[in-house]
Design a protein around this ligand. Structure first.
Ligand SMILES: [Zn+2]
Ligand SMILES: [Zn+2]
Length: 212
């Protein structure tokens, strides 16, 4: 690391393990990167589990670089897997650690610097005050209206097709007809009956409105 930027220190001065590790390994831009990946502003949205793996692989990469170990394509990822994956035999893990140590990588230290997904979550929400955007109540209601609406349309269409098919085969006799599907919801406390649409619009039955 040749570039020393004193101004950026204030942005990574949180006291948590991730902040410390990020400073120690010189992972500049990590905070912005994490927020972008977590909130989905980057091209792909990451879970905190995937982010923890992402950070830990950067830590491992940095540690190898500092020990002047040239890593081939995919090697960091593979080494991280060998060190941490439960499916890897303990013999293989020991061997991987020994090889790294022989190359001058302080394995124990590096492994103790690995962070958990919980640390990532706390760092994002507490230190960086980031949050995943929740849909508003109105957005949720609108989505529900669309969902139920398309279900109704589909039921009407399938029913219409079924009637038409039977009529064509002279199994059923009917004049001009019209299919309508209406879904109702009844509160078993106040016995009030609503169409789904009414209920979604009112957001409460009669007793729900009374109780508060
Ligand atoms: Zn932090
Ligand atoms: Zn009710």
């Amino acid at each position: 690391m040749t570039e020393q930027n004193t101004e950026s220190e204030s942005t990574t001065s949180c006291g948590c393990k991730l902040g410390r590790v990020s400073n120690q390994y010189g992972l500049a831009e990590l905070d912005d990167d994490l927020v972008a990946r977590w909130t989905g502003k980057a091209e792909q949205q990451y879970s905190t589990r995937k982010l923890a793996k992402y950070v830990n692989e950067l830590v491992l990469e940095q540690a190898l670089e500092e020990a002047n170990v040239a890593a081939k394509e995919g090697e960091i990822e593979n080494t991280y897997r060998l060190l941490t994956d439960d499916d890897v035999s303990s013999g293989t893990q020991v061997q991987t650690r020994n090889e790294l140590e022989r190359d001058g990588v302080p394995v124990e230290e590096v492994e103790s610097d690995f962070i958990s997904h919980q640390t990532v979550y706390n760092h994002l929400t507490k230190c960086l005050e980031a949050s995943l955007e929740e849909p508003t109540d109105e957005e949720r209601l609108e989505r529900s209206r669309e969902k139920v609406g398309s279900l109704q349309n589909r039921t009407e269409a399938v029913t219409g097709d079924t009637i038409a098919h039977l009529e064509r085969n002279d199994i059923l006799d009917i004049g001009e007809y019209n299919v309508a599907v209406s879904i109702t919801v009844t509160c078993e406390d106040c016995f009030e009956e609503y169409t789904v649409r009414e209920l979604l619009d009112q957001q409460s039955c009669r007793c729900g409105g009374l109780s508060d």
